[in-house]
Design a protein around this ligand. Structure first.
Ligand code: ADP
Ligand code: MG
Length: 689
């Protein structure tokens, strides 16, 4: 399938005298590139671009479509964006008010037409626009003449049409980014090693990188993307393979017995077919002596916890213990509040163990086996915690745990493990990402659910949102108000939330019972607030994102998210999942500044939430909008480590990467270095390196 990229013309990239060794691109700061001063370096850093490699791998979000090329003399006759071609007659730079710079160039073409082209905030261009220079410009007539959006200098004739639009383009002009990429490729492009063996006859990795940023057309851009996607998928598969533990033995558990039966009886609902199938799959796994490694995936609110408790009880009825590990204290406590009463009804002893709650008594009960089920945070896997006989471990939202923590849970013991996630990952990708994991999927929520209705509310109409909220409260329902995300510290966030709760108690929510939940509350207080809200002793819970996962109060039917544009898409989806958990119609109101004042991506994020409640679709949108995050580790942001892979389009690549990784696993080559890098990044992002 070898095809070259037509756009890769050697002459475009003057060869550097010395090439940096490949590994240096990882540590080579972007400020080593010409024209990157402290200010630009800082702006780049905001997009996670610190090294030359980061820059080269900053994938465009999309490409500009081609526009008509017109003679300059006809410019006045056409509307909208067009391209013109000509030569520089003269150029000059000046500074506008507010430190903005403007470079203007008089450009003339063969038709004899002449126009003044204006380039904003690209002062370095002035010296390159020497008279006679051939130019192709894309833009439109504006206040300062022809307002240039993108351009080709010299003979190149392509980039202005298919100019990449980067995630960072919102803060840094695409043209500027492309200048930097061009410089980086010129200086270091040839020293990039190919991470896959030459025998495969793939397009060259570095050609793909070039075509990614300077494609001749969309087809070429897509081909480049797929080549880079294959590289990253192989690296990921190799990294995952190294983490896999092999010859462990787990206790084989006898089939479901009396306790499992009673559990079904105490549940206030019947299980869905999807849940039933998951139980069956789990039962089969538990009968084996190979430890279960199963991923239970289902969207927010689809009913995974019920399945998790079943798995834990299966350990208990075999005279052993179960443990559920959650990524945060709030979530652990919330799980405990859900599971403990059910366990109590069944005569099963369930305890909570977190960083804050780690009494000697509880640890003693775990050691002796008096406690049959433990719910907790990673405190559960600390050295000083011993289980009498742990047979089943459930890890909730496992992607939030790092590789190291997951490894610690399995260390010196080999329980059956059920990983739960609300992060929608296609089965094939999950297999790639998590290696030999089997997958159970709850593809549909319980039938009584109605999709949450989401709407956007302009900040100036906030009062209307509270009016709607009060209608729900008056009808005996409950509500959430999510406070704006403040980037500074947890403490300031807590203080802001306190002030907001106070303000609402005096204002919009005067005659209602308003509780407050944030990350700085003492554990006992936080549990009390959650208990009160669950018991309907509170009408409204004002909260920070600590309610993002796990909080489960079916009577809560409406949520207001303040300054919703500040949140990430995955986060908003999780937050929204706190409502719509019962049979009542639920609503989510996203308050933000008007669309025109938002960045393009913020606007698209909010609109995506209005348009769909399908977590799978949102995952795709999120990936499109911001290709970063964490599958291997805990990077905050979202759904994937993969920059180039498109979940829906690249199933074939995912399969291919699996095969390739199997072939390359024991062979030495640059691909091993890529896997090293992924694992190091993962540790890095959790401060383990
Ligand atoms: P998840 O953990 O997947 O987000 P939960 O297990 O917390 O979802 O379930 C969400 C809500 O749905 C809970 O209130 C739970 O009691 C309820 N629920 C779970 N399974 C069913 C079912 N089969 N029928 C009706 N309600 C259910
Ligand atoms: Mg849950």
């Amino acid at each position: 399938m070898h095809t070259g990229f037509s756009g890769v013309v050697q002459d475009d990239f003057p060869r550097p005298r010395g090439w940096a060794p490949a590994e240096r691109l990882d540590v080579l700061d972007v400020s080593s590139l010409p024209g990157v001063g402290p200010t630009m370096a800082k702006r780049l850093r905001a997009f996670g671009i610190e090294t030359v490699r980061d820059l080269l791998f900053h994938a465009p979000r999309r490409y500009e479509r081609a526009v008509d090329e017109v003679p300059i003399s006809k410019l006045g006759l056409v509307e909208g964006e067009v391209a013109v071609e000509g030569r520089v007659v003269s150029a000059r730079a000046r500074t506008l008010r507010g430190r903005r710079t403007l470079v203007t160039a008089v450009v003339r073409d063969d038709s004899g037409g002449q126009v003044t082209a204006s380039f904003f905030n690209q002062p370095w261009l002035a010296e390159r626009l020497v008279p006679g220079t051939q130019l192709r410009l894309r833009g439109k007539l504006g206040r300062y003449g022809f307002d240039v959006k993108s351009y080709d200098l010299g003979e190149a004739r392509r980039t202005a049409d298919h100019a990449p639009v980067y995630p960072a383009s919102e803060q840094i002009p695409s043209t500027r980014l492309r200048e930097l990429v061009r410089a980086a490729l010129a200086a270091h492009g040839r020293s990039l090693p190919d991470p896959l063996p030459a025998e495969l006859e793939l397009p060259l990795h570095r050609d793909a990188l070039t075509a990614l940023h300077f494609p001749a057309d969309e087809g070429e851009a897509e081909e480049a993307r797929r080549r880079l996607a294959l590289d990253e998928l192989v690296a990921l598969q190799l990294a995952v393979g190294r983490l896999r533990t092999t010859d462990a033995v787990a206790p084989s558990l006898a089939g479901p017995g009396e306790l499992a039966g009673r559990y079904r009886d105490v549940l206030p609902f019947t299980l869905t077919d999807h849940q039933e199938r998951a139980l069956m799959e789990i039962d089969l796994d538990l009968a084996q002596t190979t430890p279960m490694q199963r991923l239970l995936q289902g969207d927010v609110g689809s009913g995974k916890t019920v399945v998790a408790l079943y798995a834990l009880l299966r350990a208990v009825e075999n005279g052993r213990q179960g443990a559920l590990m959650a990524p945060t204290e709030t979530l652990a406590e919330q799980h405990f509040l859900t599971l403990e009463p059910l366990c109590a009804q069944l005569g099963v002893r369930c305890v909570l163990l977190t960083g804050a709650v780690r009494s000697k008594v509880v640890r003693e009960e775990l050691r002796t086996g008096v406690a049959q089920i433990a719910v907790g945070t990673h405190a559960l896997i600390q050295q000083d915690v011993q289980f009498a006989d742990l047979a089943v471990a459930v890890v909730d939202e496992q992607h939030r745990f790092g590789v190291e923590q997951r490894r610690a849970l399995a260390e010196n013991r080999s329980p059956h493990v059920l990983h739960m996630t609300a992060t929608p990952i296609p089965r094939t990708l999950a297999l790639t990402i998590y290696g030999d994991l089997s997958v159970s999927e709850i593809a549909q929520p319980p039938a009584n659910r109605k999709p949450i209705i989401t709407s956007r509310v302009g900040a100036e109409r906030t009062a209307d949102a509270y009016t709607r909220l009060r209608v729900h409260l008056d009808a005996g329902r409950q509500a959430y108000v999510v406070c704006p995300l403040i980037e500074q510290s947890e403490t300031r966030l807590a203080r802001a939330a306190e002030e907001e709760a106070e303000r609402l108690r005096r204002g919009e929510l005067k005659s209602y019972r308003v509780g407050l939940l944030h990350g700085r509350l003492k554990t006992a207080d936080r549990r009390e607030v959650m208990r009160q809200f669950a018991a309907h002793e509170l009408d409204v819970l004002v909260a920070t994102t600590v309610i993002e996962v796990g909080v489960d109060v079916p009577n809560a039917t409406i949520m207001i998210v303040q300054e919703a544009d500040r949140f990430g898409l995955a986060q908003l989806h999780q937050l929204r999942g706190r409502v719509g958990r019962g049979s009542e119609q639920s609503y989510c109101l996203l308050v933000s500044r008007p669309a025109e004042e938002l960045t393009e991506t913020a606007d698209l994020r909010l609109q995506a939430l209005v348009d769909t409640t399908d977590g799978f679709e949102l995952a795709e949108v999120d990936l499109d909008l911001r290709r970063e995050g964490a599958l291997l580790g805990t990077r905050q942001s979202g759904w994937s480590d993969l920059r180039f892979t498109r979940l829906r389009l690249d199933r074939d690549l995912i399969e291919r990467a699996r095969d390739l990784a199997n072939e390359l696993r024991d062979e030495d080559g640059p691909w091993q270095g890529e896997a090293d890098r992924l694992l190091a990044d993962d540790a890095d992002h959790r401060g383990l390196a």
